[in-house]
Design a protein around this ligand. Sequence first.
Ligand SMILES: O=P(O)(O)OP(=O)(O)OP(=O)(O)OC[C@H]1O[C@@H](n2cnc3c(O)ncnc32)[C@H](O)[C@@H]1O
Ligand SMILES: [Mg+2]
Length: 203
Amino acid sequence: MSRVLLASRNAKKLGELRRILAAEGLDGAEGLEVVGLDDVPEFPEAPETGATFEENAVAKARDAVAATGLPAVADDSGLAVDALNGMPGVLSARWAGRHGDDQANLDLVLAQLTDTPEERRGAAFVCAAALVRPGGRETVVRGEWRGALIRKPRGTNGFGYDPIFVPEGETRTSAELAPEEKDAASHRGRALRALLPALRELV
Ligand SMILES: O=P(O)(O)OP(=O)(O)OP(=O)(O)OC[C@H]1O[C@@H](n2cnc3c(O)ncnc32)[C@H](O)[C@@H]1O
Ligand SMILES: [Mg+2]
C-alpha cells in the first residue's frame, strides 16, 4: 500500500482534508494510505514566509518530504477580504498576532470592517494545495470560495473565519453548513479534488 502524508498541524484543517479524500474513496480503498503528522516522527515547523498561498503550500510539503521521505500534501489557505485589499491572505492564521487564535483573528477582521457597508463586504476563502513527491516532482492547485462577511458570528461547525463567512448563494454561514455541504463547495474541497489525479498516480 502506498502512503501519502497530510502535512498540517491544524487539527480541524487536517480533519477536513482527511474527510474530503475519504469521500473520494482515497482512504485505503484505492491502495493509498493517508497518514498525518501524528503517524511520523516529529520534525520542526518552519515559519511560513511566502508571499503567496502557493509558495507556502509547496514549502510545507517539501519540508514534510525532506523529513519523512513520504509523498506529502500541504494546504496553505486563508481569507482574502475585498475591502482589505486581499488581506489577511497568507497572514490569516496570525492576523491578530498570535498564531491560531481563531476568535481573536475573526474579531479583528470584524472590527476592521465596522464601517464597511453590506455591498462591499465581499471576501473569498483561498486554498493552495501542493503535492510533493520524494523525487521532487511538485503539483500545486488552487481552490477559491466566494462569499460575504456578516457582522455577528453564527454557527459552530468548521473553524477559523467560518462563523462570519456566508458563501455565495447561501444564507447560512459556512459554520452553519453540514460538513459535507462545506466540503462540496469549499476552497479546500475544490483544491483537493483538483489534486485527485496526481494523488491517484501515487498508487
Ligand atoms: O499551516 P498548517 O499547519 O496547515 O495550519 P494553519 O492553521 O497554520 O494553516 P494556514 O497556515 O494555512 O492558515 C490558514 C488560516 O486561514 C483560515 N482558514 C483557512 N481555511 C479556512 C476554512 O475552511 N474556514 C475558516 N477559516 C479558514 C484559518 O484562520 C486558518 O488558521
Ligand atoms: Mg500555518
